[in-house]
Design a protein around this ligand. Structure first.
Ligand SMILES: Nc1nc2c(c(=O)[nH]1)N[C@@H](CNc1ccc(C(=O)N[C@@H](CCC(=O)N[C@@H](CCC(=O)N[C@@H](CCC(=O)O)C(=O)O)C(=O)O)C(=O)O)cc1)CN2
Ligand code: MET
Ligand SMILES: [Zn+2]
Length: 784
């Protein structure tokens, strides 16, 4: 590695400062989850909840301060989601929640309940919709706007958090979702005409933002951060104009803190000159991965000599230790391109676990390769010191960093020759099924003996507290493997019986043995590490522990065959084997940074291909490979999309192309805008694809039909994200909608997604209604 040591004689200029945009909210041991769920269950009253969560915020600030972070954020904390917080702050709430608002008064308990009702719904009003936050596995709540919306600032949250931190002697930088991204991330409130564009509310929404910065200024804020992550996607001129207008207006305010516009997850592209020419005081940019293009783009416009640049050189989305020498060298380059250069992570640290220190079972050498949020703070502080005081001041740290990288690159678990050889040979494997779909479907129909409009589910059945408790006991050594497996068998038998009773056509084993659809496989594959405490917020109080792809991936042995065959042995009906696909395995893991993702995906695909063939050999005639993350991983910039889709589809086909024509391959996807990837869905050539559709009135079926989608489709007829039980009539109506666009002999009837977060009290009647609806439509059409 060659680096220039230019930063030790850095140009005269202000000293650099260390900062972050956000820190994990949950606290050690997922305190926030536990407090919130206790509050919801009535086990904790509002006062206690508020007092204890306040303590959690204090502890986070103290942690940042003690780590040596110079400029500490506030308002990055949230009880549920920061986009919802912004909507509440702006008074941008749908009408169906307005009565609750009016009744709520201003008591803290009433405010909390109203807030959680927006997130989770209540008897009177459905919640806001949840969707993926850019290319991450975090979900935000989608604000709903209408043309006549009157925004009204409620600055309680940012102001009180700012003051709480002040009590610790800290002047924080409030972090707030900026006006343009807020509007772009919102949608129309139900009932609003389709031609309404949320962005048209820009003129109105600026007023509460102006008032907010005045109020924060009065409270003593020196800087405010407005997040505009939407600027890293390709945006039309209209959006870029909106950015210019919005920030010109905000900066024209006389009594205001300085404004930092923060962007992350990719490069700024055309938005860079717009921000550079705007009067904002600082710009925060991602300087990792493809976003390193920001460096050349900055140079091309002559830098931002009058502004502050916050350089996100520490990857906020992955868990590898930063190459400190390389980062310091990058920072040295950036010094010439801005009035001031500060050091940060590429995005909020919300997307990584809290600290590697909690992984006590981990090999210390491997732990040394990893940086979770707390370790990233250390890296940011070291880099800032290096930038200010020269390389010599951090020579020891650079040495440790280099030594850790060296052990990683030389480790026998990182590169496994047999895996490399097999992956290289896989280039020659066919990627197509033996016969085209039109022929496969005939043999599959014949041997599966399914009725028209076959009914099935997406895989998981309720993950009961008893199952989770059993796994916890197994881990703690209070239950042995045999006892645990007996429990899982009993659960599978019960799930099969449930489905027989409901009258479903293609059954599943219910996934009771899986802690998570990604972690479960990662635990059984070489090359993956899993964590004990590496929780990352997925939505609200739900967390995941993303595994870490540390080395070459290979299957040790069959992973699902035991449970799949056990289930198949309990019924005459076909049972669907259930696997998580390669793209989703990568998307919901932290992936190694020393090998192209396409290559890692191919290794995972080969492992899954073996599993598929083992399931087939064991007699499973239907196998589903879930790819719910295929859409969310689509790169934000159009220019990067084709390459991604090409390897993603290739990996799926590598998993599935080895089976006989008789074996029916299903795939499943949820939470997504599929419009951009319709051709990829066709190219995957699954015999059956199930998709989320209930909430969007089956619109996906129209999209697929227009795109000429040729294979079977299972648009979800039951929105499993809501506790509501759909009626038979509602489901019949949805089937009718789907039948307008899809012939009956290619249509399946299933829920939107798995049932793991639901309870049997909902699942039982909803499945019965779903089967009754399918039967009613079959009868009506004279089909059997
Ligand atoms: N990786 C991933 N990403 C995804 C999804 C997904 O399924 N997996 N689905 C979407 C998001 N949906 C989600 C839906 C549910 C949960 C969820 O329920 N998470 C659980 C944890 C799931 C888990 O890891 N369970 C483990 C550990 C459970 C646990 O917390 N155990 C306790 C003890 C529990 C007890 O004694 O009862 C402990 O370790 O402290 C298990 O079952 O074994 C939670 O937050 O509570 C997460 C995401 C998109 N992204
Ligand atoms: C997030 S997609 C979930 C698919 C999985 N088979 C399940 O049913 O839970
Ligand atoms: Zn799903």
């Amino acid at each position: 590695m060659t680096t220039t040591r230019s930063s030790s004689n850095r140009p005269q200029g202000p000293r650099s400062r260390s900062t972050v945009y956000g820190y994990p909210r949950q606290g050690p041991g997922r305190q926030l989850k536990k407090l919130t769920e206790a509050y919801w269950a009535g086990r904790l009253d509002a006062d206690a909840f508020l007092a204890q969560t306040r303590e959690l915020r204090r502890a986070r600030w103290i942690e940042l301060r003690d780590a040596g972070i110079d400029e500490i954020p506030s308002n990055d904390f949230s009880y549920y989601d920061h986009v919802l917080d912004t909507a509440v702050m702006l008074g941008a709430l749908p009408r169906r929640h307005a009565p609750a608002l009016a009744d709520a008064g201003q008591s803290p308990a009433a405010r909390l309940d109203r807030y959680f009702a927006l997130a989770r719904g209540n008897d009177d009003a459905a919640p806001l919709e949840m969707t993926k936050w850019f290319t991450t596995n975090y979900h935000y709540l989608v604000p709903e706007l209408r043309p006549d919306m009157e925004f009204r600032l409620d600055p309680t949250k940012p102001l009180s958090e700012f003051r709480e931190a002040r009590e610790l002697g800290l002047t924080t930088r409030p972090v707030i979702l900026g006006p343009v991204s807020f509007l772009l991330l919102s949608k129309r409130e139900p009932g609003v005409p389709g031609d309404f564009q949320p962005l048209s509310l820009l003129g109105k929404i600026i007023c509460p933002y102006l008032e907010l910065i005045r109020r924060l200024f009065d409270a003593g804020a020196e800087w405010v951060q407005f997040d505009e992550p939407c600027l890293v996607a390709d945006q039309p001129a209209q959006v870029l104009d909106a950015v210019a207008t919005a920030y010109a207006t905000l900066c024209a305010e006389e009594f205001r803190p300085r404004l930092l516009v923060a962007t992350y997850f990719d490069r700024l592209g055309d938005a860079l000159p717009v921000l550079a020419d705007s009067p904002v005081d600082g710009i925060a940019m991602d300087i990792t991965g493809p976003a390193r293009a920001n460096i050349d783009d900055l140079a091309a416009i002559g830098g931002i000599p009058t502004k502050r640049l916050v350089a996100g050189v520490v990857d906020g989305r992955n868990v590898w230790r930063t190459d400190l020498a390389a980062a310091l060298s990058t920072l040295g380059t950036l010094l010439g391109l801005a009035g001031q250069v500060d050091v940060s992570a590429s995005c909020s640290l919300l997307h990584v676990p809290l600290s590697i220190e909690f992984e006590r079972q981990l090999d210390p050498q491997i732990a040394g390769w990893l940086a979770f949020a707390r370790q990233k703070l250390e890296e940011i502080v070291i880099l800032t010191r290096g930038l200010n005081d020269g390389w010599e001041a951090v020579a020891g740290d650079l040495q440790v960093s280099a030594a850790r990288r060296a052990t990683r690159l030389a480790s026998p678990i990182v590169q496994v020759d047999a895996v490399r050889r097999r992956a290289a040979e896989a280039a020659g494997l066919p990627r197509t099924r033996r016969s085209p779909y039109a022929e496969r479907r005939i043999v599959q129909r014949r041997q599966l003996g399914l009725p028209a409009l076959p009914t099935t589910t997406i895989g998981s059945f309720p993950q009961t507290p008893a199952l989770r408790a059993a796994r916890a006991k197994l881990r703690a050594g209070e239950l042995d493997a045999a006892g645990y497996e007996a429990l899982i068998e009993a659960e599978i038998a019960a799930v099969i019986a449930e489905q027989e009773a409901a009258g479903l056509d293609v059954l599943v084993h219910g996934e009771p043995e899986r802690n998570d659809m990604v972690q479960y496989f990662a635990e059984q594959l070489d090359g993956f590490l899993t964590t004990a405490e590496g929780w990352v917020q997925s939505y609200g109080t739900r967390y995941v522990r993303p595994p870490i792809v540390v080395g070459d991936v290979a299957r040790r042995g069959p992973m699902t065959v035991r449970w799949a065959t056990y289930a198949a042995g309990r019924t005459q009906k076909p049972v669907k084997g259930m696997l998580t696909g390669p793209v989703t395995m990568l998307a919901w893991s932290f992936v190694r940074d020393d090998l192209p993702r396409a290559e890692v995906a191919r290794q995972v695909a080969l492992a899954l291909r073996d599993e598929v063939l083992d399931l087939e050999a064991a007699g499973l005639r239907v196998i589903q490979i879930d790819e719910p993350a295929l859409r969310e991983s689509l790169p934000l910039r159009n220019a990067d999309r084709a390459e991604y889709l090409s390897w993603a589809v290739d990996a799926f086909r590598l998993v599935t192309s080895g089976v006989r024509d008789e074996t029916q391959i299903h795939t499943h996807m949820c939470y997504a805008e599929f419009g951009d990837i319709l051709q990829a869905l066709i190219d995957m050539d699954a015999d059956v694809i199930s998709l989320e559709a209930a909430r969007s009135d089956m619109a996906i079926v129209t999209d697929l039909a227009r795109a000429g989608y040729p294979n079977d489709i299972g648009p979800g007829v039951w929105d499993v994200h809501s506790p509501r039980i759909p009626t038979v009539q509602e489901i019949v109506d949805r089937i009718h909608l789907a039948l307008k666009e899809c012939p009956a002999d290619r249509l399946w009837i299933n829920p939107d997604c798995g049932l793991k977060t639901r309870g049997y009290a909902e699942v039982r009647p909803a499945l019965a209604n779903m089967v009754a609806a399918a039967r009613a439509v079959r009868a009506e059409l004279g089909l059997v």
